[in-house]
Write a protein that binds this ligand. Sequence first.
Ligand code: SF4
Length: 289
Amino acid sequence: MEVILCPITGFCSGVRAALNRTTDMLKQHGPPVFILHDLVHNESVVNDLLSRGAKIVDEPEGLPPGATLIFSAHGVSEAVEARARALPLNIVDATCPLVRKVQERGAELSKEGHVVLLFGKAGHREVEGILGRIHGEKHLLTNEEDARAFRPVPGRTYACISQTTMNSDVITEMTAILREKIPGLVESASVCRATLERQNAVRKLAAKCDLVLVAGSAHSSNTRRLCEIAAGQGARAELVSGPEDVTPDLLRGAKCVGVTSGASAPDDLVHGILDAVKRIAATEQAQKL
Ligand code: SF4
């Protein structure tokens, strides 16, 4: 069995920066440090933060005066930010700059008078944060079907933007569908560079492998997109949350196994999974001899 590690794995810059800021706050102020929702969508990362004294909260209200409250890499809506800043808290904004850019672009397009069409996943924190920065008319379109069903109003102008971790192929398709029915559509939908690089890398990896293991959490949008893309290339794609998920049954029949990860999976998790695959491959090889 051949085993290939994807050249791009581990934390993206936004996740790394959010984790570093949280670690700095824990060092500076000591525990507890409060985080509004999960800092990133990865259980092992969140559990590590909890073990070091971070606490996850769902609302900014009810924290002790002077407490440190961190906004996650996914960002928050304007209303949530205003509520938090009105309280006697030390606010640390760890919103990824690339998410912030989409929030600002959405607000700007709306101010210019366009109806904003956001491509993204309903209920995702990043999506809620972006929608909550757009004051004018906006619509969330989750997939190609939504784009096909969308009916523009004559006389209005439209602009599209997207969640940073969508499948780039889906964005291309949705934009093409809307372009057909909306003359002058302002096309600003794209994934962030980290997502694009990971998606391109998994496409190449899946073309060489019959099984692709994607390290990460089922709650992570970018991780699930990598699974979809690998499966779209014809490989069997499995999301694995740790080395314990890697079993001989999972690898059965695979001649070439690729290992990659979502942007919120730590390097040690990826290498733990890679080692587990190699151990099973070595045992199978030894049994054949
Ligand atoms: S996936 Fe992209 S937008 Fe999201 S945190 Fe990472 S770098 Fe930022």
